[in-house]
Design a protein around this ligand. Structure first.
Ligand code: FE2
Length: 306
């Protein structure tokens, strides 16, 4: 059996030619890992997925992380994290965008990036698909780096950027706030959701991927705050803010994106040290369930600013 690989729109690949219900064997497993390292975003369709084989399949890519929030995991499968939209609780995740109510929309981000130690990757499987919308977007920040001009690359090699965790979207400096209004139940501070208060973290503007050695543009709009001491790179504060704005706009170019429209049984695996992701959300009243497994990483890419 050999794997078939098909390029997706712009970035990532769809991989077929194996059966998740059967043992993979060492050669296929190694091929899958190498495709993950090469492309960063892998899509699998039409597999007969259940919690048990999703967990076993995810382990091909590394040790799995248990989620710290016990409430979101099942006792039987602690490696499985359930993301669910249901009408009873959606009001906490609802906001208005240009007058329209949208549930669970999320800006471009990397998971646990605000801790300085993002997990290596994750695999999502659609259990209940939204009847409409509810797309998940993936953005390849290695390709975004490759597309930068030489002068920008040289400047970025001398710069650190910070991320500041905020519960309120309107406190985020680089997300698009035009037409945005928080919902009446939107959380106001981390403790509203029993989250700790995360300190600011700094990253090199370009991170070298610990496994593949590729350069990754470490810019994603969610929680992005500032350039550390911009004068050291010869920038005044206004130039520093303009540079971040320009870089965020660069990461928003569709040529670096793939948006996944979910069908039952689909799985998407991404490299969280290289690819950012976002969700388009749904209108209220739409049910949706995703099972997620998280691949641990033992690299610390950022540092806490003290
Ligand atoms: Fe996420």
């Amino acid at each position: 059996m050999a794997l078939q690989v098909r390029a997706l729109d712009n970035v990532g690949v769809e991989v077929s030619g194996f059966d998740i219900t059967k043992p993979l064997g060492a050669a296929l497993a190694a091929e899958l890992v190498s495709l993950w390292n090469e492309h960063g975003i892998l899509v699998f369709r039409g597999q007969d997925v259940n919690p048990h084989n999703q967990i076993a399949f995810s382990r091909v890519f590394g040790e799995l992380e248990m989620h710290p929030l016990a409430a979101t995991t099942s006792a039987e499968y602690p490696e499985l994290f359930t993301l669910v939209n249901k009408p009873e609780t959606e009001k906490y995740m609802t906001a208005r965008y240009n007058g329209r109510e949208i549930v669970s929309k999320l800006d471009w981000h990397m998971d646990l990036h605000y801790t300085g130690k993002p997990n290596r990757g994750a695999l999502l499987r659609a259990v209940i698909c939204a009847s409409e919308d509810g797309l998940t977007g993936f953005g390849d920040l290695a390709k975004a780096y490759d597309a930068l001009d030489e002068a920008t690359r040289e400047l970025l090699a001398r710069i650190e950027v910070t991320y500041a965790f905020s519960m309120q979207r309107r406190h985020m400096r680089f997300v698009n706030l035009e037409g945005y209004e928080p919902g009446p139940y939107s959380p106001k501070k981390p403790s509203d959701l029993n989250f700790p208060s995360f300190p600011e973290v700094a990253y090199p503007a370009v991170v070298t991927h610990p496994v593949t050695g590729r350069k990754v543009l470490e810019i994603c709009e969610q929680f992005l705050e500032r350039i550390v001491a911009p004068h050291r790179a010869g920038l005044c504060n206004d130039e520093a803010v303009d540079l971040l704005q320009r870089l965020v706009e660069h990461t928003r170019k569709p040529e670096f994106h793939y948006f996944h429209q979910w069908q039952e049984g689909d799985m998407v695996l991404w490299d969280n040290w290289r690819a950012m992701h976002c969700t388009t959300g749904t209108k209220p009243g739409v049910e949706r369930m995703i099972h997620r497994t998280t691949i641990m990483g033992d690299a610390t890419l950022g540092r806490v600013v003290d």
